[in-house]
Unconditional design. Structure first.
Length: 311
């Protein structure tokens, strides 16, 4: 039986080539708006989980991190439940679905033979390192950008996804069309994320306001307390799909590729184990199928990008 423990209740939170699981240098489709908020195909998602690969006993026994999870009988995950495309809790059946959610459930199946054997501690961008360092969770799946600063505190498996940065504005905003237009504008971003450093580099004249989470930042944008909101392109995709005709992306995505990784305790041998898992689900087509179910089919993109090379 899966258990969803909401111990830290702080949520995170379009068209062809607007984002990538692999690399993409294509410009954003700035004004593309989906007609509705398409629900995930629950049957296809759950079926994919139930068919996921399972590690053999010898592979688990040879790895201290995996052996600990196996002994506990549950994978403890730091994650979110409010990211519409990546990790969304469905209160009608208590299922949690999306790209990140699919990955951690597939990992639970890989280690424990059952995708439902997981527990969630909810995290946001300011608490992800803490729950790993204090031993509260075994891994963090939360659109978690790999940075040198974070690698001093924790270790990462992956990457399993990549994204650039983008600017979210209110729908119909014609005054902000590129990163250059952020000078002297009040711009929201999330504290504890890569947003503040990105803005310092690409929009040094912007007036930056940091918020605890995605909902607070978007609320400030809706209320006109900020002019724009900058964060990972793929995270802004949640807002675009879930709130059609409320927001749009201003101009093209920008910055270097932002690699998402799976957070693990510092120097854990779980890195090698999880990387092997990632390589297997890429090779057998599971990564692509999960991408299409969670993202492609819900945003009108028929072909999945190439998965990023696991390091």
């Amino acid at each position: 039986m899966k258990k969803i423990f909401l111990q830290v209740v702080l949520p995170i939170v379009l068209s062809a080539a607007l984002f990538a699981g692999g690399k993409s240098d294509a410009p954003a489709a700035a004004n593309a708006q989906p007609a509705s908020s398409p629900a995930i195909d629950k049957v296809a998602f759950d079926s994919l989980l139930s068919s996921g690969v399972v590690a053999d006993d010898a592979e688990i026994a040879a790895n201290a991190w995996a052996s600990q999870v196996k002994k506990a009988g549950v994978l403890r995950v730091g994650a979110v439940r409010t990211s519409f495309l990546f990790s969304q809790l469905d209160e009608t059946d208590n299922g949690i679905r999306g790209f990140d959610a699919g990955l951690f459930q597939l990992l639970a199946r890989y280690i424990l033979g059952d995708a439902t054997k997981f527990e969630i501690t909810q995290v946001d961008s300011s608490t992800r390192e803490a729950v790993l360092r204090n031993g509260q969770v075994d891994a963090v799946f939360a659109t978690y950008s790999i940075t040198e600063a974070r690698k001093k505190l924790i270790s990462f498996a992956g990457p399993y996804y990549t994204s650039k940065q983008a600017i979210l504005v209110k729908y119909g905003n014609k005054k902000i069309t590129s990163i250059d237009d952020l000078a002297e504008k009040t711009v929201a971003t999330q504290s504890g994320s890569t947003g503040p450093s990105i803005l310092a580099e690409y929009a040094p004249k912007a007036i930056v306001q940091e918020f605890k989470n995605d909902i607070e930042a978007r609320t400030a944008l809706q209320q006109g307390r900020v002019d724009a909101y900058v964060t990972d392109y793929t995270l802004l995709l949640n807002a675009i799909v879930k709130n059609p005709n409320t927001y749009e992306i201003a101009g093209d995505s920008f910055g270097s590729e932002d690699n998402y990784g799976i957070g693990l305790p510092l120097d854990s041998d779980g890195v090698a184990f999880v990387n092997t898992f990632l390589k297997k689900i890429v090779a057998d087509g599971t990564w692509e199928k999960l991408w299409l179910i969670s993202l492609g089919n819900r945003t009108g993109i028929e072909k999945a990008p190439a998965a990023p090379a696991v390091q």
